[in-house]
Every structure is written in C-alpha cells, then in structure tokens.
Write a protein that binds this ligand. Sequence first.
Ligand code: CTP
Ligand code: MG
Length: 380
Amino acid sequence: MIVVAAGSGTRLAAGAPKAFVPLDARTILEHALDGVYAARPACVVIVVPEGLTEPATRMARSRGALVVHGGDTRQRSVAAGLAALPDDVETVLVHDAARALTPPAQFAAVAAAVGPGVGVIPALPVVDTLKRVHGGAVLAPVDRAELAAAQTPQGFPKEELLAAYALAAREGVAYTDDAALFAAVGGAVRHILGSEEAFKITTPHDLERARMILSSSSSAERDIPRVGIGTDVHAFASGGTLRLAGLDWPGEPALEGHSDGDAVAHAIVDALLGAAGLGDIGQHFGTAHPEYAGAHGDVFLARTAEILAEAGFEIGNVSVQFQGNRPRFGARREEAERALSDALGGAPVAVSATTTDGLGFPGRGEGIAVTAIALVHSAR
Ligand code: CTP
Ligand code: MG
C-alpha cells in the first residue's frame, strides 16, 4: 500500500504540510495510518515531503512502514512510492493521507475487488444538482446520475500500474488520479461504494469537520481497554541452561529457539502486540531481524513496551501461565514476576504454572507451552 502524504496543503493553509497538521494529539498522517494498518496490509510505503522523511520514519518505526520522499505533483509522489514497493507485491492500493478517517473496511473492499487488468476505486454518488458554467453564466444542467465522486484507496494490479506510470512519465502526461492514469493505457476501472468518512481534508472547514468527528467518537472509544492473547511452545534442548520468565535456571536444560527460547517472554510479547493491534513477534523480532538472534526475552519485552508506547498504548496488566513439568516455579514466582514487570517498565505481571497430569508433550517433559493475555489501553 502506498500512502501519499507529500502535498503542501496550500488550500488548508495550516502552517505545515497537510499530513503533518494535528487533528487531536495526533496528525492527519497518524490517523490515516490507523485505518491503513487496521486493514493489515503486507507492506506500507509512506510518501512525505523532502526534509520530513526523518521525523516520518521515527513516527512510522513501530509500524514497520517504509518512508520515501515525494515529488512536486501527486503523480510524481505516487511514482516514488511505487519505486519503493517490494517485488513480491501483486496488488497496490494508493491512498491519500488527507483522507484520514477512511474506514478500514474500505481498504479491504477495494483490495478484494481488484483483478487482472481491473482497477478499483471507491466513489460516492453526487448529491448536489450540477451545472456546467462559464465565467458567471450557467450554461447547462449536468445529469448527476452519470457522475460519481472518486475517493481513495484506489487499487490496481501492480505490474499494470507500474507500466501505466512508466508510460505517463515517458509521455509527460499529467493525471489527477491513479484511475485516470490506469484507464489511459486501456485498463478497466470499476467503482464500489465509498463512504462519507473517507472525505478528503482539503479546506479549513474539512479540518474542523474531521476534528469534530474525532472528538465526538473518541471520548467513548478511547476508554475501552483492549485485550490480546499470545501462546508459545518450545522444546527442551539437550544441554545449555534454561532461560525462562526472565530468569536463569541453573541445572535445567535450555529451550530451543531463534533467540534465548524464553517462551514466557515470547507469549507475553504476542499478547501485548495483539492487544494493541501492532502485529506479532515474528514481524518485529523474527528472522528478518538478525539483530535479535540470541537476544534475551527481556530485550523483546522492553522493545515491545517501547513499540506500544510509540503507538500511544499503556500496558494495564499481563497474566501468563505455562504448562510443563519443570522448572518448579513456586519458589521463584515473585522473582520472575518482578523480572518480567521490570522489563516491561513496571506493568504488573502475574505468572502461574501447571503440569498436565503427564499428558501431551509438556507431560512427557519434551517442552513447555505458554499462554499469556494482556490488557492495554490508550495512553491519551
Ligand atoms: N500529494 C503528494 N504529493 C504531492 C501532492 C499531493 O503526495 N506533490 C498527496 C497529498 O499529501 C494528499 C493527496 O496527495 O494526501 C491528495 O492531494 P491534495 O488533497 O491536493 O493535497 P495537497 O496537494 O497537499 O493540498 P493542496 O492541493 O491544497 O496544496
Ligand atoms: Mg494538491
């Protein structure tokens, strides 16, 4: 998905590039990304004005987005975003950051309707009576039944959109949206029903409207806490020393794993990321992040707490239970709870343990299984 946010916002005239204008405690771009990420895109490229790539990269770090700088027209900005997309992407959605309150379902509906040779745009019927005018004169009525107001995200098969952009660049032709550019090379474009909430923040009045929508909905939504669940299973290795729940366990064999195998810490990481809707452990700490190979669970926990804080979440509490014959937890429960809580920056963590009556792999002593749940809430 490409999110274009490189415009200057001339018509808004709010003293900063439009995407960086605040709606509440957060900017237009940050709100736009909430909707984008709620739709679980495989990859997001944010296109921002030159000179703002660094702050945007910091802001987008916890989300894992790529940030590139745009051009002097929307078309050039989209082209910059397209150039940064990974090769394996098949469907591209291009979205205006200025449509900050676009509902997540609109992204999913557009993506689902894209097919070979077919682009898709969300659009709304036009409600006003329309006139063709010239200067001060009204020339003729226009049949609004034939018209629709286009929104974003607009979705296309990537290879065909790339080809269309390459051609438009060669011919030096300017288009106002991606659908027009795609259609100009013979692509078919279909429309699905857009939504009122996806309006584009263009004028100061639009900004007021967006702020009012947020202030009326957010006071109710903000206070609803969110829960997440995480599980992890690791086999015992033949040697080494066990690292579990943030503690060393001399005399107990280590667990297998890409990192230290601390299944208690890993289950908590997944529960926290899940609660905040920020992905999972593989995405943030997996094999694509070699800097975490062999890392201790505490490092994962500390970084997870940071990721949540950057996204505006506070941790309420965490409860975690492991199933296994060993280690014997009773005597070290408080120590483990303290270690895990410290790693999370102080949030309460409760640890419990149970055996499985000899059943299954934990009962046979082959490994352990851990389940964690976490509660988080908005810090604002
Ligand atoms: N956009 C962009 N690069 C440009 C121009 C526009 O990435 N050179 C993006 C904007 O950031 C916005 C979207 O395209 O998210 C739609 O453009 P528009 O609403 O026109 O935004 P601006 O160009 O910033 O506003 P204005 O036309 O009032 O200056
Ligand atoms: Mg513009």
